[in-house]
Design a protein around this ligand. Structure first.
Ligand code: PLP
Length: 390
């Protein structure tokens, strides 16, 4: 069998592979604590589930417009325009099945072959994968722990060329949990205006930030006309399996992204959009409670990791990931992640799942119960102390 060459350029998300291996181990009777997959362990709030059931009964079971239901697009524009402080209306919004398609569609719509895409490394693997797939040139920006995993403006400036077309930002950041400093966001905006490139601002964790307020680059002068804000319902409302996300972007780009929707998904499921509408306009108490619970877990896992010999952990300011530095163990990221899964029953990801600059780190998702986090910490500590003594 032969496949199109481009398939060789498409990457993947290791979390799903590790999850499959963890499940295979569980099937043999092993107990595994799942800290690999990036999804909240909470149920979707009941009022949203009820809204979806009611929408099905009301007959929201047909095709809808490719860009999304008009009322829902308007609600998204109103809610997020006010919250993130940039001007937008319904025509700026395209609703998609999950937020991920926005990465794909925006790159397809904007990039010619050979155009350069600056992206964070370590970072969400799909940015690099999609850029490679469409024959653009991904250019990594090295996020360093010594710089609190903030973007280095000097490095950014040095890597801008006449082919730079797009910069991907992600704050709060997966996998480090870092939040871009306001002065960094200002500096990036100045460079984007000067060199005239686009920004894809992945703000999927914007509402899961423990310190300070989220600053959207789209709110800075002259930026909403060159920024695509990507967000969705997976993380904030614990709706990963529903597949509901959106992009807010300049209208001429929204027209193209809508055409990509017509050519791929036709539209996002109508009853799910109706539930999304209720999620945004209904009570937000459960969202706040989830964030408060994540903060308790963050404090527990960071403190616990810092007590394990050979491991140190930066305190994440948002999202639900800990990104411990494991260089003191003398093991590579991949070797330690594999050993912890196979021998200690803890599923986490090697930092290199997020790009080459993730070497020396692991990523643990703390979207799991405090009890399971404590179990995982004890198992990691036991494994490493036995190994050090051996
Ligand atoms: N962006 C980042 C940084 C993520 O971590 C994820 C999910 O893991 C997504 C986007 C995709 O979200 P969705 O489930 O809405 O497609």
């Amino acid at each position: 069998m032969t496949f199109a060459q481009r398939m060789g350029r498409l990457g993947t998300e290791t979390a799903f592979e590790v999850l499959a291996r963890a499940r295979a181990l569980e099937a043999t009777g092993k107990r595994i604590v799942h800290l690999e997959i990036g999804e909240p362990d909470f149920d979707t709030p009941a009022f949203i589930r009820k809204a979806a059931a009611a929408a099905l009964e009301e007959g929201w079971t047909h095709y809808g417009p490719s860009a999304g239901l008009p009322e829902f697009r308007k609600t998204i524009a109103d809610v997020f325009g006010a919250e993130r402080k940039f001007p937008c209306d319904a025509d700026n919004v395209v609703v998609t099945p999950g937020a991920k398609p926005i990465m794909f569609f925006v790159m397809l719509a904007l990039l010619e072959e050979g155009d350069e895409v600056l992206y964070p490394n370590p970072g969400f693997p799909i940015y690099e994968s999609v850029a490679n797939f469409i024959n653009a040139r991904p250019v990594p920006l090295h996020l360093k722990e010594s710089n609190e995993f903030d973007l280095d403006l000097k490095e950014l400036e040095a890597k801008i060329t006449p082919r730079t077309k797009l910069l991907v930002l992600n704050s709060p950041h997966n996998p480090t949990g870092a939040v871009l400093k306001p002065e960094t966001v200002e500096g990036i905006a100045a460079l984007a205006r000067k060199h005239s490139f686009w920004i894809l601002s992945d703000e999927i964790y914007a509402r899961i930030q423990y310190e300070g307020r989220h600053l959207s680059i789209a709110s800075l002068p002259g930026m909403s006309e060159r920024t695509i804000v990507l967000d969705g319902f997976s993380k904030t409302y614990s709706m990963t399996g529903w597949r509901l996300g959106f992009g807010i972007m300049p209208k001429p780009l929204a027209v193209h992204v809508t055409r990509l929707m017509t050519n791929s998904n036709s539209c996002t499921a109508s009853f799910i959009q109706r539930a999304g509408q209720v999620a945004l306009t209904g009570p937000q108490g459960e969202v706040h409670a989830m964030v408060a619970e994540f903060k308790v877990r963050r404090d527990t896992i960071v403190e616990g990791l810092n007590q394990i010999p050979g491991v140190t952990c930066f305190t994440p300011k948002g999202a639900f990931y800990a990104f411990p530095n494991i260089t003191g163990t003398g093991m590579t990221s991949k070797a330690l992640a594999t050993a912890l899964l196979e021998e200690a029953g803890v599923a986490g990801l090697a930092g290199t799942s997020f790009g080459a600059h993730g070497e020396g780190y692991l990523r643990f998702s703390y979207a799991n119960s405090l009890e399971n986090i404590q179990t995982a910490l004890a198992s990691i500590g036991d494994y490493l102390s036995v190994r050090t003594r051996a």
